[in-house]
Design a protein around this ligand. Structure first.
Ligand SMILES: [Zn+2]
Length: 227
């Protein structure tokens, strides 16, 4: 049996994360979804379908067992419940998932262009951002397309063509940071590539940008610190 106090605490954390996504304009209207795994039982708390990130409350958030059993509620869980459950089943390290339709990152994904890991933060905290194509029938991505991309335990974020972003993590805050970094990086990449194109150049003309650790190793310098 899930612990009721834990459910209430996880609902409060989810409400806070959802409001932050809304305030940052990572998710407007009633799209997107987010969930968090319980410690007291094999179950999650997830946003219902048709409820906006800014309208999540203790009364409308839902509890669903990892086997798909939906606890009694007047609401229907997010239509992406399947991929949330799939990720929790294959990756015990994933304790929270945030999925948004944020415009910069989704723009890249919809153009079929991978978001480049071009900042220290993306290289060190994300590493690789898989771009997951639409389902074979042309519909939105499901567990069948999303789970394989996350089988590699190093993958913490992905983008969905014509759809949005996914961030995962050991906490809601960490999962949220992933979707924030995706959006920030897509915006930076767009500005960089637009400026380069205006000067008839491309990213291939730039020196390769690595991590601080790589720079130290390359120069043999051990005491250089990034500001
Ligand atoms: Zn979606």
């Amino acid at each position: 049996m899930p612990d009721q106090m834990e459910i209430e605490a996880k609902k409060d954390a989810l409400i806070q994360a959802a409001k932050r996504c809304f305030d940052l304009r990572l998710q407007t209207n009633a799209g997107g979804n987010l969930s968090v795994r319980l410690s007291s039982s094999d179950a999650i708390v997830i946003k219902p379908s048709g409820i906006g990130f800014n309208e999540c409350t203790r009364d409308n958030l839902q509890t669903v067992d990892l086997d798909g059993t939906i606890h009694p509620s007047p609401f229907t869980p997010s239509k992406d419940l399947g991929f949330h459950l799939g990720l929790y089943r294959i990756r015990p390290d994933i304790r929270a998932i945030v999925h948004c339709h944020s415009p910069w990152a989704t723009g890249y994904a919809s153009a079929g262009i991978e978001i480049p890991c071009l900042t220290v933060q993306t290289i060190e905290k994300i590493g690789r951002i898989p771009l997951i194509p639409l389902s074979p029938n042309g519909g939105p991505q499901t567990e069948a397309e999303i789970s394989p991309a996350f089988r590699d335990s190093k993958i913490v974020a992905a983008v969905l063509a014509n759809h949005g972003t996914i961030g995962v993590g050991p906490t809601l805050t960490k999962a949220q940071y992933m979707v924030e970094i995706l959006e920030e990086t897509a915006h930076i990449a767009f500005v960089r590539d637009t400026l380069l194109a205006a000067r008839g150049r491309s990213a291939a003309d730039l020196p390769r940008f690595g991590t601080d650790a790589e720079a130290r190793a390359a120069t043999g310098c051990v005491d250089r610190q990034l500001a």
